[in-house]
Design a protein around this ligand. Structure first.
Ligand code: NAD
Length: 284
């Protein structure tokens, strides 16, 4: 039976470290601020924003919330981003995605100053991740790296398989594993022999968005299995991309859903915001 990797425990550790550093900064007269912008009233986005605000309180940041109506124009949102870019109290800017369809998401991402882009979605930061010279790590993949490291399993030389190639999870995830000298295979909707590829993975990361997609026969004996998926079933329950009951019989380590990758994403967002404040104050 696999050992459970607790995202709750690992994220609490990360947030505690951020909290200690934030207090050190406070003693030097430096406040850390995160601006969270939400456009419209998507219930899932509202939950994410509330969780991010709560995490800010936990670690001692000041959070600035901008809840804009769904009919906000792109020009209005860009004007707010511009204002926040220039605001010294704001170290990190997060625009909760998705934005309403009439707003161009790429234009918004590109408008955020790379120095305050704590989601690491701006092309400058994406490019830096590719080169391996980065200040901000993309939150979900960075959280996954912390979870893998918490197992004590060495990544270098291991066969690492990432299912999914999205810009926010799959692609940066693959890069971070590559930077740690994993032998990385990226699988996607057009991949042939997916089962065989996965069944050879020492480290398997699923970011597909399909409930119970990874079945027991796709898991290598003794593998580390990380489930990024968050899927809402018809009965209202949350479920990952991995068939947990099947996979945990073969894996050495596995993340649960909920309580695995989810809490890590927010913890890493806090870490990035602290990093932004430290860089701005020449402390890094
Ligand atoms: P996405 O829809 O952008 O990407 C899904 C990827 O899965 C695509 O690259 C696609 O090629 C691949 N895919 C789809 N069908 C496939 C198939 N049959 N075989 C192989 N690959 C296939 O999704 P995303 O934004 O990367 O998110 C993936 C999942 O992770 C979602 O469930 C999402 O909710 C979750 N997520 C969780 C967190 C977190 O904090 N835990 C953060 C971001 C996303």
């Amino acid at each position: 039976m696999a050992k459970i990797i607790s995202g709750k425990e690992v994220s609490a550790k990360v947030k505690n470290e951020v909290k200690e550093k934030t207090l050190e900064l406070k003693n030097k007269g430096i406040e850390v601020g995160l601006a969270v912008v939400i456009v419209g009233d998507d219930p899932a986005s509202r939950v994410y924003v509330n969780n991010k605000k709560k995490a800010c309180e936990e670690v001692g940041f000041t959070s600035y919330e901008y809840a804009l109506p769904a009919e906000t124009t792109e020009a209005e949102l860009l004007a707010l981003v511009d204002k926040l870019n220039k605001d010294d109290k704001v170290n990190g800017i997060l625009v909760q995605l998705p934005v309403p369809k009439h707003i161009n998401e790429t234009a918004v991402i590109n408008a955020i100053s790379p120095d305050k882009d704590v989601d690491a979605f701006h092309p400058v930061n994406v490019g830096k991740i590719m080169i391996g010279d980065y200040a901000f790590l993309p939150c979900t993949p960075a959280g996954v790296m912390e979870l893998i490291d918490s197992t004590g399993v060495e990544i270098a030389g291991k066969s690492c398989v990432v299912i999914g190639r999205s810009n926010i999870v799959g692609k940066p995830m693959s890069m971070l594993l590559l930077h740690r000298s994993g032998t990385v295979t990226i699988c996607h909707s057009k991949t042939k022999n997916l089962k065989e590829i996965c069944a050879n993975a020492d480290i398997l990361v699923a970011a597909v968005g399909r409930p119970n997609f990874v079945t027991g026969d796709m898991v290598k004996e003794g593998a580390v299995v990380i489930d990024v998926g968050i899927n809402r079933l018809e009965n209202g329950k949350l479920c990952g991309d991995v068939n947990y009951e099947e996979a945990e019989k073969k894996a050495a380590f596995i993340t649960p859903v909920p309580g695995g990758v989810g809490p890590m994403t927010i913890a890493m967002l806090m870490k990035n915001t602290l990093t932004a404040a430290m860089i701005k104050n020449n402390l890094m």
